[in-house]
Ligand binder design. Structure first.
Ligand SMILES: Cc1cc2nc3c(=O)[nH]c(=O)nc-3n(C[C@H](O)[C@H](O)[C@H](O)COP(=O)(O)OP(=O)(O)OC[C@H]3O[C@@H](n4cnc5c(N)ncnc54)[C@H](O)[C@@H]3O)c2cc1C
Length: 514
């Protein structure tokens, strides 16, 4: 993938695209894969980097959602469990099977969670990840040596999927490209065009690198901008009633000593009625999340003090080694694009089902849902959009479409596992020099992502092509000059660019440090 070539394709197109997708998160890129693999001509425009929005800031679970089962949303759980199974088949290099233990401190928790999780297993059917079972206190401590032993009666273990969200997204961009889609990052859509009848028939965007305008006409425009959906809808129809109830969730990252094994902890009832996870992720411990209504979406949301205190407080109740602010290596926030409901009193209670809204201008908006269900969301959306645009009917093929890098035994690539079949080529670059003793990333990965994955800034490399910023923000700041140096040579930039990149990244990374 090469950005200048993508821009050239976007600008030189003579006739209308079958579909233009706005937004390069899981939902938009999912739509681009679906549309392109059906044989439609599709252009996707992302205002920043792919995954800059919510899709790089999740809890990294490919899951049915035990919580939604408790809420009685069986159809959502079944759909998500099926999608979990399909994603595991289509991207085995990026999705892994992880054991979760619900620790038990009350007598009723064994039958309650034991039965609930058996239902969860059953709903997965042939896409099951393993059987849940009740654990004794000793078995629980064996799996979770750092769980708080005071009053512990035992646990219940169940199995779910885990992934690296931004890395999967980049492989999805590559998949869409291989299927024939054109995808441009750093190209914000600034306006929609309409025909004489008032129907949306294209978009106007800016290439943020050259400053040039990109005008793209389309038979149908899909708005997949997540928490920003209402802004795009109002560009088409200033009177469009808002659909989105943005809700912020944060995570704290600690070193591995807080959760040294390979089993996660799931706390099913926190004081705010949510679930809290502590998960081993890339050699660190990831703890989250919160659900705080916010007035509007921003691209770089910042964790609030009360959210940080809530996670530290709840984690301290369950972990023998109590985490403090000084232990936090990184804190990151994301905005859920939840769909409004007149009756819901808090955002935790809002449905995670997806919604496809066709406005009177013909703009198609897809929002809500979960990372896990992106493929199904895209299937529904592209089917609706194709009908609206009167495109020839073509069946969805993504149920069994391998994601770029597909490799059935990528474990053998060690830290490069997440690159799947690309790992061999990265190894052959020969720059096997680790960037920082506390981070598993090498110079070769920086070069690879700059050359082949449309990384344009130091932040792209340290936040989304690698996960350095999310694992250890101070270490990420330390390596920024080296990353800028490698990128500058590859992209042909000078000293000024290097210095600006380091300054910009250091300022941004300040939001990830307490
Ligand atoms: C804290 C948290 C934890 C979560 N954990 C999980 C989990 O573990 N598992 C799970 O399945 N789901 C999880 N989710 C939900 C999941 O992350 C989201 O549902 C999903 O990422 C939404 O993807 P999206 O593409 O709709 O939105 P986004 O990823 O936000 O993408 C929208 C994109 O549109 C772009 N955009 C906006 N305006 C414009 C414009 N004018 N022009 C061009 N582009 C534009 C933005 O830059 C952005 O990149 C979590 C969500 C949160 C907040």
């Amino acid at each position: 993938m090469n950005r200048p070539e993508m821009c050239r394709r976007a600008r030189s197109r003579a006739g209308p695209w079958d579909m233009v997708v706005i937004g390069g998160g899981a939902t938009g890129v999912g739509c681009a894969i679906d549309a392109a693999s059906r044989g439609y001509d599709v252009l996707l425009l992302e205002q920043s980097d792919f995954g800059k929005g919510t899709s790089s800031r999740s809890t990294k679970l490919v899951h049915g959602g035990v919580r939604y089962l408790e809420q009685g949303n069986v159809s959502l759980v079944m759909e998500a469990l099926k999608e979990r199974g399909l994603l595991f088949e289509n991207a085995p290099h990026l999705v892994s099977n992880l054991g979760f233990v619900v620790p038990r401190y009350d007598w009723w928790e064994a039958p309650f969670y034991g039965i609930g999780l058996k239902v969860y297993d059953l709903l997965a059917g042939k896409y099951g990840f393993g059987s849940s079972r009740i654990l004794s206190k000793e078995e629980t401590l064996e799996r979770l040596p750092t769980i708080n032993p005071d009053g512990l009666r035992g646990g219940v273990v169940y199995f779910d999927g885990q992934f690296d969200d931004a890395r999967l997204l980049i492989h999805m961009v590559a998949t869409a490209f291989e299927q024939g889609a054109t995808l441009v990052n750093y190209a914000p859509v600034t306006g929609l065009t309409r025909d004489e009848g008032g129907f949306v028939n294209g978009v106007v965007a800016i290439d943020r690198e050259s400053g040039e305008e990109i005008r793209a006409s389309a038979k149908v425009v899909i708005n997949a901008t997540g928490a920003f959906s209402d802004e795009i809808r109002r560009q088409a129809d200033p009177e469009a009633a808002p659909m989105i109830a943005p809700s912020q969730g944060i995570h704290l990252v600690f070193d591995r000593s807080f959760l040294p094994g390979d089993t996660a902890v799931m706390v099913p009832h926190t004081s705010d009625g949510r679930v809290l996870f502590a998960i081993p992720w890339h050699g660190h411990t990831l703890v989250g999340t919160t659900d705080t209504p916010v007035p509007c979406a921003t691209l770089e949301p910042v964790a609030m003090d009360q959210e940080i205190d809530f996670i530290l407080g709840t984690a301290s109740r369950y972990l023998a080694k109590k985490p403090s602010r000084a232990d936090v290596l990184s804190v990151f926030a994301g905005i859920r694009p939840l769909v409004r409901s007149g009756n819901a009193s808090n955002t935790a209670a809002l449905s995670r089902d997806h919604v496809i809204q066709i406005d009177r201008t013909g703009l198609v908006t897809i929002c809500g849902g979960k990372w896990t269900t992106y493929r199904h969301m895209a299937e529904d959306c592209v089917t609706e959009a194709a009908i609206l645009a009167q495109l020839p009917e073509k069946s969805c093929v993504t149920g069994h479409l391998n994601i770029h890098g597909f490799h059935p035994s990528a474990d053998k690539f060690g830290d490069l596992k997440v690159y799947g079949s690309d790992a061999l080529e990265i190894q052959q670059l020969g720059l096997n020099v680790q960037l920082h003793p506390l981070l598993p990333y090498t110079e070769a990965e920086v070069l690879w992502s700059t050359r082949h994955e449309m990384a344009r800034t130091v932040e792209d490399i340290l936040a989304r092509r690698t996960r350095a910023l999310f694992l250890n923000a101070r270490a990420a700041i330390d390596v920024a000059p080296r990353v800028a140096g490698i990128m500058a040579v590859e992209l042909g930039h000078g000293e000024r660019w290097r210095a600006d990149q380091v300054t910009e990244f250091t300022a941004l990374a300040g939001n990830y440090i307490l």
